[in-house]
Ligand binder design. Structure first.
Ligand SMILES: Cc1cc2nc3c(=O)[nH]c(=O)nc-3n(C[C@H](O)[C@H](O)[C@H](O)COP(=O)(O)OP(=O)(O)OC[C@H]3O[C@@H](n4cnc5c(N)ncnc54)[C@H](O)[C@@H]3O)c2cc1C
Length: 455
């Protein structure tokens, strides 16, 4: 990397989640930029429990050079169950490794078992990404308070809560679902509390060993107005004494929590066990035993917020929104970390392409501004429609699930079967555009399309 100079493009990334860290890695590899990432937390930390790493995430982690250190529990075959009876309603082998799936030989060669879907501790993904961000890039304890446009060719001014001010040619808003960058550039875009709440915890697997016949595997148990998700989050190889320290994730989802204005602040808030137990009384006996094994004070509550699809995810010809900041989908698809990292990687490719077109070495202020503006257009063209497609998909799924939460005239088993049938992610192959997205291929197709358009 060359030392930053007047010709280099100065980039400020706001937020050090998977999106901000992935973007910092991808952009720092370009020799003509100087990157600073500002994170509000005083030190690296990650709230939440586990997260799924599917083929789409592996693809981008490989491109970022960060795949090696990410480890977790293999998702293997997953189950959808009736939460009251435990009856298996659907079995999904799409996350299984080729051997588990007993695929034909040709297919086995195609798929690399190293990149089978896993459920990982969030901290492991964060540590793997942090490891690849060049030293000196991140400033912790910097909460962005305000940004404003300095005018054409003059970059963006940033002011942080501690009073520090700086400028940058280009700003990447990677500051999550409640993004201040998004609120500044699109003040008419508003989030709402959805009423859908997640209660999450990681507990030692050993603490539920006494629960007879409980399948401590990747699976969903459905209730009338919610579901419970279970998953081991550790790979056997990294656990010295499996019974002592292997962790197990529990997420209880409640779809219809009462909405009061103060609920917008409810994110990773410690709650008492009683609150979770009050919402899970309908589940069968094994689930009750597992929930009662959670140590008091371990649960965290996440009140989901969501917002409409943004038509534009760039602004001022010098700001890009990525990850949750660009598409407040409220954790839908369970793949938001991959989306965020994909955004960052595409942004880097677009900037690289436009820089090389506009001078490659000695950029005037005007040429720099042109390269950034054109890169943002490419970013919008590639990622905007992708997010629109997600919103369209969710709208159609919501329509379907509304009919699966009433017990008036249909028995519970039928309600759950209908709901599970409507979950797009279990419909073999239909969701490959998300879970198998190959972002490098997406980029190649964009470049090929651009060349054809020029002929
Ligand atoms: C219940 C739940 C389950 C989920 N499960 C999965 C899953 O299985 N797999 C998956 O891939 N995704 C999952 N997601 C989604 C995933 O967590 C997000 O999509 C992902 O973390 C988005 O990454 P990001 O970098 O865009 O934002 P975030 O991870 O939210 O990071 C934003 C960062 O910006 C910082 N920040 C915020 N404001 C400021 C400011 N003003 N100044 C400086 N820094 C700031 C924050 O401290 C934070 O570090 C889930 C989400 C939820 C809620």
């Amino acid at each position: 990397m060359v030392a930053p100079n007047q010709q280099s493009i100065s980039i400020a990334i706001i937020g050090g989640g998977p999106g901000g860290l992935g973007t910092a890695i991808a952009l720092s590899a370009l020799p003509f930029v100087s990157v600073t990432l500002y994170e509000q937390a005083p030190e690296p930390r990650e709230v939440g429990a586990g997260l799924s790493i599917g083929r789409n995430a592996w693809n981008v982690l490989n491109l970022l050079g960060a795949a090696e250190r990410v480890r977790g529990g293999k998702l293997g075959t997953s189950w959808q169950r009736n939460g009251r009876t435990g009856e298996v309603v659907h079995t999904d082998a799409s996350h299984a490794t080729p051997a588990e799936e007993k695929k034909d030989e040709a297919k086995q060669e195609e798929e690399d078992p190293r990149f089978a879907s896993i459920r990982a501790r969030r901290t492991r993904l964060q540590a793997a990404l942090l490891d690849k961000v060049p030293d000196g890039t991140i400033q912790f304890g910097k909460k962005l308070a305000e940004i404003w446009d300095l005018g054409e060719g003059k970059g963006v001014k940033l002011r942080f809560q501690d009073g520090m001010e700086t400028t940058a040619d280009f700003v990447v808003g990677a500051d999550g679902i409640r993004s201040i960058v998004r609120r500044t550039i699109f003040p008419d875009h508003h989030l709402h509390v959805t009423g859908n709440t997640a209660f999450r915890v990681l507990i030692p697997l050993s603490s539920i060993a006494h629960v007879k016949d409980f399948p401590a595997e990747n699976g969903w148990w459905h209730g009338l107005n919610g579901h419970i998700y279970f998953a081991p989050v550790d790979d056997d190889s990294e656990i010295q004494d499996k019974d002592e320290s292997q962790l197990f994730e529990i997420t209880v989802r409640s779809y219809n929590e009462p909405i009061s204005p103060d609920r917008t602040a409810t994110w990773a808030v410690p709650i008492m066990n009683e609150k979770v137990l009050a919402r899970t009384a309908e589940y069968e006996a094994r689930i009750q035993s597992v929930l009662r094994a959670v140590p008091e004070g371990s649960w965290r509550e996440f009140a989901m917020v969501a917002g409409p699809c943004l038509a534009e995810i760039t602004a001022w010809d010098k700001v890009a929104l990525i990850g949750d900041a660009s598409h407040p989908l409220s954790g839908a698809f369970g793949s938001g970390a991959a989306f965020a990292m994909e955004d960052g990687w595409i942004l880097a490719r677009a900037l690289e392409r436009e820089y090389s077109r506009n001078g490659n070495g000695s950029l005037s202020m005007a040429a720099k501004a042109t390269a950034i503006r054109n890169a943002l257009r490419i970013f919008q063209v590639i990622r905007g429609p992708y997010y629109e497609r997600m919103y369209d998909f969710l709208a159609s799924r919501e329509k379907h699930s509304q009919g699966t939460r009433k017990e008036d005239d249909v028995d519970f088993g039928s309600i759950i079967k209908a709901r599970v049938a409507g979950l797009g992610f279990v419909a073999g192959g239909k969701m490959d555009w998300i879970y198998k997205n190959d972002i490098e291929q997406v980029w190649k197709e964009y470049v090929a399309g651009e060349q054809v358009a020029r002929l």
